[in-house]
Design a protein around this ligand. Structure first.
Ligand SMILES: *[C@@H]1O[C@H](CO)[C@@H](O)[C@H](O)[C@H]1NC(C)=O
Ligand SMILES: *[C@@H]1O[C@H](CO)[C@@H](O)[C@H](O)[C@H]1NC(C)=O
Length: 226
């Protein structure tokens, strides 16, 4: 009997320790960027202070123009090897977004063009097709590929951090707008990341990674040479 009681009190002590441990953990956050601590904080992107985000422009300097941005109104120039161009409205372009945890992009894609496989480390993405016909796809961490061909008015989502692309599979120019739950989602464009970094990723890392000869790596690197 004494032995059983001893075991039970041991379990109880373990349970209490676990419970206290759980209570000490920070509360889970479901938003991507941290929540703002004030109505707005127009980013002073020229400030020399280095903080997580940008310091706020003095309230006395804030005008209506700080809350509006027309940088997404212009069609981008798709004359490049991918036949696509992303125009970003993140906190750098539109400092009013500072601390709000949101931003947008405009993507123009010529017929046959591709917004190449990339990921946004700090944000989930959603998008809506305005013009054209697009194949939109992403790949999970378990290497499952999900995709669909979308027409104007149709939306998609890309879970946070997953590799994805959009390809124009129609006859017309394609236009889409995307939105992110981060004021600065960041973009890791796979071919540029691996083959056009500065300094370069060593050739023997790339030959081993892709299980190919150095000539193949040299050829790919030459396509992305700045
Ligand atoms: C705010 O306005 C003052 C007066 O016009 C100016 O001297 C100052 O540089 C401005 N600060 C910022 C961060 O825009
Ligand atoms: C688009 O970019 C190409 C290549 O840089 C350039 O030759 C062309 O003039 C640009 N077109 C426009 C309309 O700016």
């Amino acid at each position: 009997m004494a032995a059983i009681l001893k075991t039970q009190s041991g379990l109880y002590a373990q349970f209490t320790v676990c419970l206290i441990g759980l209570l000490l953990l920070p509360l889970p956050s479901h938003s991507s960027d941290p929540d703002p601590l004030q109505d707005f904080c127009i980013g002073d992107t020229k400030s020399e202070l280095s903080v997580n985000g940008f310091p706020c422009k003095p309230a006395a300097n804030v005008t209506s123009d700080d809350f509006f941005y027309d940088g997404l109104s212009k069609e981008g120039n798709t004359s490049n090897p991918f036949g696509s161009i992303v125009t970003q409205a993140n906190v750098w372009a539109f400092p009013g977004l500072n601390t709000l945890g949101i931003s947008m992009n405009r993507v123009d894609i010529a017929p046959g063009g591709l917004n190449p496989p990339h990921s946004h480390p700090r944000a989930a993405e959603t998008g809506v097709v305005i013009n054209g016909k697009l194949l939109v796809g992403f790949i999970t961490t378990g290497n499952v590929f999900y995709s669909k061909i979308l027409n104007p008015g149709q939306m998609f989502l890309i879970p946070k951090g997953l590799v994805h692309f959009q390809k124009n599979v129609g006859e017309e120019k394609a236009l889409l707008f995307t939105a992110f739950n981060s004021h600065f989602p960041g973009s890791v464009v796979l071919p540029m990341n691996l083959f056009a970094s500065k300094p370069s990723v060593p050739d023997d890392v790339l030959t081993k990674t892709f299980q190919v000869e150095k000539t193949v790596i040299d050829e790919i690197k030459s396509k992305f040479a700045a």
